[in-house]
Design a protein around this ligand. Structure first.
Ligand code: ADP
Length: 571
């Protein structure tokens, strides 16, 4: 009966302990593996009346073991956890399959009964060893409790490990997310900075564009942009007003379309040179045809603008509409031409006697030869008849040449340049003035160089200059009784042009009036006009040359001029 009661008590105690062991997972739920083991050891120590409990757990990741010991009377034990572990591990290694044994007590005196169990199915988790000085340890109930505890511990550890693995993974994930987020923030920051910079650059560009558009629109100068083939891309208000076309209409045109035919070739030659990089810029005076058909004169500056992002474009700037200026220039040129014509006619007027004599000579010879011819005809001497007729033809030719020369000088023709031999021009003028030279007892000497370049010049204008200088020289020499010598020479100029010198032995130039000779209307002659030298200088300068006077030694004056070779090209 008492035995039954004992048994019932024991069973109740056992059930209580079992409930305690079964409740363990609730305690250690969510804890670390080390916490699980600590709780397990504490519960076992208290529940089973043990001297010590020892656990060695393998770390699932590194495999490194960790040891924990719980002692019933910790104060009496001097051995360290490692020393206790060493004793127990030796025993475990030597008796791997034995779950209980009596060994020397590692934490006290005498022997101790020990029981070991390995949580889980495999040995991988570790081992738990319980030791008690009681000889009956472990009893069947204790073995049961230890077994259940082992299973609970296995589940708990597994859970704890899973949990800690989950935590580790979650942490790692968190770290990665944090790292990614950090990188994203950096990238975002970069993007934001880039965006701000781009916005700032765009803003600056827009401001600059607005500024330039304002300059473009409000400029008093006509400004236009055209593509490489000359088609307009834009034209400001001043440009539109100048030409009478709207910007839209301009875009349908090229600048050659509105350029007067006379200037197109020169214009496209210059723009080609710009495109080929042969020049950076050019400036030209030309005529534009307005939309209403009227012609205007402009001075246009053209350059090529190019950049990294744009194809090259022509920039046309018209600083001034020079129509009025050109009109005035044309008027001046007309007036000059008329004046030049008048002085030429006047000079020739002075030479009337001389010219009449010059023409009379061949005409007289012609009459003589005609008479002779008639005589030969009556004697039927045909040989002599032919001779006379040939002489008559020569005389007629000479007379006609003289008339042609005079006519060309009297003719009021606009300037016309051509390649010419200056020596030939000098000879023609000498031919005209020959009689005047002889009549005034002047000895003429010519020194015309053979090595002369052709020059691009107006023949009649140069004849006029030569005639004026020669007539002035002859007239000046009429004032002296000393020998009258006229020397006309030509040569190549140092600067690749020509130089012509007219030297006389007249009274020379007085130093007071020297500078005034070339002034219009300056004359010392009672019938003089004082325009000859002024016109000569303007004609020579219009050819890009120079005319000046010096004193001849020992007496007389020297007038000389230079002329560059000249060029057909519009400059
Ligand atoms: P004009 O012959 O009608 O006087 P020009 O302009 O040809 O006009 O000449 C201006 C002046 O220059 C002349 O009146 C004369 O005093 C002076 N002059 C020109 N040529 C000579 C010369 N060869 N020798 C001396 N004086 C000269």
């Amino acid at each position: 009966m008492e035995q039954t009661a004992d048994e019932i008590r024991r069973l109740k105690a056992c059930i209580n302990d079992l409930i305690s062991v079964l409740a363990l997972p609730a305690i250690w739920s969510g804890g670390e593996p080390s916490q699980v083991v600590s709780t397990l050891l504490d519960v076992l120590l208290g529940m089973l009346d043990l001297d010590f409990v020892y656990a060695k757990l393998n770390d699932p990741i590194s495999g490194a073991p960790s040891e924990i010991v719980r002692l019933a009377q910790p104060g009496n034990v001097r051995a360290s956890t490692q020393e206790i572990g060493q004793v127990l591990n030796t025993w475990l290694r030597d008796n791997p399959h034995t779950s209980s044994l009596v060994v020397r007590n590692p934490v006290g005196d005498g022997d101790v009964s020990i029981a070991s169990f390995r949580p889980g199915l495999l040995d991988s988790i570790g081992v738990v060893v319980a030791g008690s000085g009681r000889a009956n340890f472990p009893t069947a109930t204790e073995r049961l409790l230890l077994g259940v505890a082992a299973n609970q511990a296995a589940i708990g550890l597994q859970e704890a490990r899973l949990l800690s693995e989950q935590r580790r993974v979650a942490e790692e994930l968190d770290q990665r997310v944090a790292e990614r987020t950090r990188q994203l923030i950096i990238v975002n920051e970069d993007l934001r900075r880039e965006n701000t910079e781009r916005r700032r650059a765009e803003e600056a560009l827009r401001e600059s564009e607005e500024r330039w558009r304002a300059v473009f629109d409000n400029s008093a100068a006509g400004i236009a942009l055209a593509n490489p083939s000359g088609r307009f891309l834009a034209g400001n208000l001043a440009y539109q007003k100048m030409l009478g076309y709207s910007e839209k209409e301009l875009r349908e045109l090229s600048f050659l379309d509105i350029t007067h035919e006379d200037y197109r070739d020169a214009n496209s030659e210059l723009t080609t040179e710009l495109l080929e990089g042969k020049r950076q810029y050019f400036e030209m005076e030309k005529r534009y045809r307005r939309k209403d058909g009227n012609l205007i004169w402009v001075r246009v500056h053209v350059s090529l603008v190019s950049g990294k992002q744009i194809t090259p474009r022509f920039l046309l700037v018209i600083v001034d509409n020079i129509t009025e200026l050109k009109r005035a220039e044309e008027g001046l040129r007309d007036a000059q031409m008329t004046l030049a014509h008048v002085t030429r006619v006047a000079t020739l007027g002075e030479m009337t006697a001389s010219i009449a004599h010059e023409i009379n000579q061949p005409l007289g010879a012609l009459v003589n030869n005609a008479n002779a011819c008639l005589g030969w005809l009556s004697t039927e001497n045909l040989e002599e008849v032919r001779n006379s007729v040939e002489l008559m033809l020569d005389d007629a030719q000479r007379a006609s040449e003289i008339i042609t020369r005079i006519r060309s000088l009297v003719k009021k023709a606009p300037p016309q340049k051509d390649w010419l031999d200056i020596n030939q021009t000098i000879r023609e003028v000498i031919g005209l003035a020959r009689n005047e030279i002889q009549r005034n007892g002047v000895a003429l000497e010519t020194q015309l160089s053979d090595d002369m370049p052709l020059i691009f010049a107006d023949r009649i204008q140069l004849q006029q200059v030569m005639l004026n200088l020669m007539m002035n020289a002859i007239e000046a020499m009429t004032q002296v009784t000393t020998p009258r010598e006229l020397l006309i020479s030509s040569g190549a100029d140092d600067s690749k042009g020509v130089v012509v010198v007219v030297r006389d032995s007249g009274p020379g130039l007085d130093s007071k009036s020297h500078e005034r000779l070339f002034e219009p209307f300056y004359t010392t002659k009672p019938q003089g006009m004082g325009m000859g030298l002024a016109i000569c200088r303007s004609l020579i300068e219009a050819h890009g040359g120079r005319l000046w006077a010096t004193t001849n030694a020992p007496h007389g004056a020297v007038f000389q001029f230079t002329l560059p070779i000249g060029s057909v090209k519009v400059s």
